[in-house]
Every structure is written in C-alpha cells, then in structure tokens.
Design a protein around this ligand. Structure first.
Ligand SMILES: NC(=O)c1ccc[n+]([C@@H]2O[C@H](COP(=O)([O-])OP(=O)(O)OC[C@H]3O[C@@H](n4cnc5c(N)ncnc54)[C@H](OP(=O)(O)O)[C@@H]3O)[C@@H](O)[C@H]2O)c1
Length: 291
C-alpha cells in the first residue's frame, strides 16, 4: 500500500488535516510574536548601588525581571533551587545585560531549613536589601507533603515567601528605602483561606485550587505586612503579571500543556529571556559563599 493511499484514508486524512492546522497555528504564533514585541516597561531609574533578590530567577518572569534589574545597574541575587539551571540563567542574563553584579544563591522555597540557610548566607553577603521579589511558585501539583510535613504547593507559594520575607525584614529596613514585591495571580479570586491546608489538611480542594488558595494567602500576607511596615521605609506590594507564556504549566498533564501552547497566541511572550535559551559558554558564576 502506498504512503499516499494510507494518508488519504478517512482516519489519516482527518488526522493530517488536524496536524497541518495545528502546525499552521503554531507557525502563525511564531510570526505574531516576531512582530508583536511584548517587553518589560523600560524604566530609566538607575539602580546602581541597590541590591535586589529575585526568587525563581532562572525561568520565566523571574528571569526577565532579573535581567531588567541588572540592566539598570542593581546587584541582583538570583535565588534558584537548582544550581545548574541558576548558572545557565546567570550566564544568559550576564550576556544580555552586560552586568557583572550578579550572584547566584541556592534555595528551595518548599524547605524552611533551606530558606533559613539561604537567608543566613545572604545576610552575611548583603546586610542591606533594597528589593525582594517573591516570584517563585509552583502550579499543577496534587496534594503532596514535604519532608517537613508541609504541603508542597502552599510551602513554595506562601509559607516559604512568608518566612524569607520575615528573615530579611531587618536587611530591608536597614536599606532605608526598600520594597517587597509578591508575585500574585488573578487565580487568587478562586481561592479561600483555610490554614490547615498548609499542613496538607483542611477542607477539600478542587483541581489546582491549592495554587489559587496559596496565592490568596500571599495577597493577604502582602496587605498585613504593608500595614505593619508603614513608616519604616519598606513598602510591600503585590503584582499580577497577567497570563504569560512561561514554564508555569510544566507540572500539568500533556493535554493542558498543549492547550496552553496553542492559546499562547494570546499571551504575553518575550523571546529569549522567558524561555530557556541555548546553553552558552558560561563563565563560572559567583555564588553566595560556602555552599
Ligand atoms: N505565567 C503566568 O501566566 C502567570 C500568571 C499569574 C501569575 N504568575 C506567577 O508568576 C510567577 C512566576 O511564574 P512563571 O510564569 O515565570 O513560571 P516559571 O517559568 O515556571 O517560573 C517559576 C520559577 O519558580 C521556581 N521554583 C519553583 N519551585 C521552587 C522552589 N521550591 N524553590 C525555589 N524556586 C522554585 C522555578 O524553578 P525551577 O526552574 O527549578 O522549577 C522557576 O524558576 C509565579 O509566582 C506565578 O504564580 C504567572
């Protein structure tokens, strides 16, 4: 049987039409994003002399934000859980921003022990911190307990940033004028607060509602901390980035990921920095001391 007769059978025919449509759609996405450039708002504020800490800086929004801060002259601490992914991101950000003021710190935000360790080393290196961006988060995980008995999603998205911010509060206040930015999500409106969720108990959650609830807790923490720090020179803010084509869906099933990929036509999508680029010839990055 010839290839053509196989392809022209009803099943293969419909399948190939679908495949061609998907490929055409994907191609148009590529072309669209080549001409429609979404970019961070370039701001002329010079950040020389300022120290910024960005969690989840090796990917997506955290990587784009780190690059922009570095471009403006800030010393940026890339707080990443994987040294390898962090090193690669650091090399790419260094090449793009021409900054030599980047440091890599290893921290797993789902582990309170790792956060304490990271904060201790960070404070030795940077006694004053002007900007803390609590950006790292996970999405799409089922209920899972960490070795410390915390729910993985809540620990990464809420308990971890809560602890890190509190541990760095002194350094933020010492800076004189500082800002905490908690990266939130529009999904928080689908969440509710039940503190038992933090330890894997509490009222049952619908699919991915752990993400929504964790983001709501983060927003609530933002408001409370902003009130508490009034008059100290530290402001606390929450930002919803909108829908951005990043690796945020990587823990979802393939069907959700394909849908996200197809719909990416309508999302913010920045070339080069949001997605991981090709491995470069990276100089050995400077690490926070004593790993
Ligand atoms: N993309 C969107 O449409 C969207 C919409 C609303 C809000 N947001 C928020 O934007 C923020 C950034 O997400 P993104 O879209 O840029 O996703 P992303 O590309 O998946 O980036 C998430 C970052 O968090 C890090 N991370 C995850 N778990 C961690 C842990 N336990 N310890 C340390 N780092 C950890 C990841 O590190 P690894 O690479 O090692 O996994 C990665 O660097 C998140 O807070 C997300 O909720 C995103």
């Amino acid at each position: 049987m010839s290839l053509w007769s196989v392809l022209s059978s009803p099943v293969w025919g419909a399948g190939s039409v679908l495949l061609i449509l998907v490929l055409l759609l994907r191609l148009s996405v590529q072309i669209w994003h080549k001409f429609y450039i979404w970019d961070l708002q370039h701001c002329s504020t010079d950040l020389t002399g300022k120290t910024a800490v960005v969690t989840g800086a090796n990917s997506g929004i955290g990587k784009a934000v780190s690059q922009e801060l570095a471009r403006r002259g800030a010393r940026v601490i890339l707080a990443c859980r994987s040294r390898e992914r962090g090193q690669q991101a650091l090399a790419e950000i260094q090449a793009a921003s021409k900054s030599s003021r980047l440091l890599l710190g290893e921290v797993d935000l789902s582990s309170m022990a790792s956060i304490r360790c990271f904060a201790q080393r960070l404070l030795q290196e940077c006694p004053e911190i002007h900007l803390l961006v609590n950006n790292a988060a996970v999405c799409g995980f089922p209920a899972t307990l960490t070795p410390e008995g915390l729910d993985l999603t809540f620990a990464t998205n809420y308990t971890g940033p809560f602890l890190l911010t509190n541990l760095l509060q002194g350094a933020l206040q010492r800076a004189g004028s500082a800002r905490v930015v908690n990266v939130s999500s529009f999904r928080q409106s689908h969440g509710y607060i039940d503190e038992d969720h933090l330890v894997g108990a509490g009222r049952p959650l619908a699919f991915n509602q752990n993400y929504d609830c964790s983001k709501l807790l983060l927003a609530s923490f933002t408001g409370k901390l902003a009130q508490r720090l009034q008059g100290t020179g530290v402001t606390v803010n929450s930002v919803d980035p909108g829908v951005v084509y990043t690796k945020i869906m990587k823990h979802f099933s393939w069907s959700y990921r394909i849908l996200f990929w197809l719909l990416s036509f309508f999302f913010k999508w920045k070339h080069g920095v949001l997605t991981t680029g090709p491995p470069g010839t990276s100089p050995t990055p400077k690490l926070l001391k004593s790993y």
